[in-house]
Design a binder for this molecule. Structure first.
Ligand SMILES: CC(C)(COP(=O)(O)OP(=O)(O)OC[C@H]1O[C@@H](n2cnc3c(N)ncnc32)[C@H](O)[C@@H]1OP(=O)(O)O)[C@@H](O)C(=O)NCCC(=O)NCCS
Length: 180
């Protein structure tokens, strides 16, 4: 599984990526709106091992997780997670190093994964969920052409407080029509 975009190589995580992954997933600012806490040096090897083979959606709950490589370094990762395969839905997610924010890399990587989902995997709907305070992530959704479908108020406990949740999505026919 390798996807090449204008500026990035998207490929599975692999042993050797530990320092690059820890450099962003180990940061408190990066995990502010993630369910996970900042990664520790002890976590990173297992994190990579668990995801290195996440390259296809063959059964319910499978995910594709790809490292975004720029100039030989992993600067972030994107994932597409299936629910029930028969629903043909894919949930997108993205995490990038702050040193590489503001250049469009997350949108570029996510768009490649969205294209894979719609055009190669036959997904019917691609969606994302995020904390609405995460404005940068909401803007990624908007740049991808997704529409906000829901804003759930205080629907869960998130890091010790009530958390809101925004849902964004795009249907396959909407993806196709924007390409015409
Ligand atoms: C969410 C996250 C990936 C967004 O990163 P980002 O840098 O804002 O998004 P992109 O890489 O797509 O860059 C887009 C920005 O680059 C700008 N940009 C500059 N050059 C660009 C180019 N060539 N192409 C596209 N955009 C470009 C855009 O204008 C945009 O800026 P704006 O949002 O201020 O309008 C990042 O904030 C992050 O990793 N956060 C921590 C993890 C996280 O919260 N993940 C999401 C959980 S739901």
């Amino acid at each position: 599984m390798r996807l090449i975009t204008d500026r990035l190589l998207l490929r599975p995580l692999r042993p050797g990526d530990e320092a690059d992954v820890l450099a962003y997933r180990g940061r408190a600012d990066v995990s502010r709106y993630l369910e996970s806490e900042p990664m520790t040096p002890g976590d990173v090897e297992g994190f990579i091992a668990e995801r290195a083979t996440a390259t296809s959606l063959d059964k319910d709950g499978d995910r594709i997780l790809l490292a975004a490589e720029l100039d030989g370094h992993v600067i972030g990762d994107v994932r597409l997670r299936a629910g029930r395969l028969e629903d043909a839905q894919g949930e997108l997610g993205w995490v990038f190093h702050p040193g590489h924010h503001g250049r469009g890399y997350a949108t570029e990587a996510a768009r490649a994964l969205m294209r894979l989902g719609f055009e190669d995997l036959g997904l019917h709907r691609v969606w994302a969920q995020l904390d609405p305070r995460n404005k940068a992530s909401a803007r990624v959704c908007e740049r991808l052409g997704m529409r906000q479908e829901a804003l759930l108020i205080e629907e869960s406990r998130f890091k010790g407080e009530w958390g809101d949740l925004a849902i964004y999505a795009l249907l396959a026919r909407e993806w196709t029509s924007t390409r015409k």
